[in-house]
Ligand binder design. Structure first.
Ligand code: PNS
Length: 161
């Protein structure tokens, strides 16, 4: 049984993330979307909220589950029998850092990293840019699953009160 992980912050998940997760689901028997718990970085969405959004937006793929982790990704992979990390590459600018991490991770435990070029439709999409634009009143709904767009609008309305 092949088991891969799609790791990230997912604060919040975008259609770019979903594109990569869905394609990974077609390549592996099982895919875990793993949300990094970073105590140094307070996100807009709590870890539980991100997991809930991921679970509802990946429900069309029965072999995809969502989980959270802290510490090293390689340790999470070893503890869960995961042999491959799947990362989306949006542009050449992503590649430098992703290559460094892939080589470091492989050197640590031998875990492999596979890069999927993201769909060109989402090559400019990042969670941080989406939040920034939405915070200033821009429309980003077309870059997000409906449930995420609604949750983001809700966050911004609540913060503005
Ligand atoms: O969505 P992001 O923030 O780009 O995801 C980055 C992530 C979570 C994949 C990366 O920061 C990570 O793997 N963090 C876990 C800690 C770790 O293993 N660090 C060493 C990387 S070589």
């Amino acid at each position: 049984m092949t088991h891969a992980v799609c790791p990230g912050s997912f604060d919040p998940p975008t259609l770019g993330h979903l594109d990569v997760i869905g394609r990974a689901a077609g390549l592996f028997d099982r895919v875990t979307v793993a949300v990094l718990v970073n105590p140094d970085k307070k996100g807009m969405f709590s870890i539980e909220e991100r997991l809930e959004l991921l679970r509802s937006t990946t429900s069309q793929w029965p072999n995809v589950t969502a989980d959270s982790f802290h510490g090293l990704l390689v340790d999470y992979c070893a503890a869960n029998g995961i042999a491959a990390i799947v990362k989306g590459i949006r542009a050449v600018s992503d590649f430098d850092y992703e290559l460094q991490m892939a080589q470091m991770n492989h050197g640590l435990t031998g875990v492999e990293t596979l890069f999927l070029p993201t769909s060109p439709a989402y090559s400019f999409v990042s969670s941080s840019l989406v939040k920034q634009v939405a915070n200033y009143g821009g429309d980003v709904a077309h870059l997000l699953p409906d449930v995420v767009a609604a949750a983001l609008a809700d966050k911004i309305t609540t913060a503005g009160r």
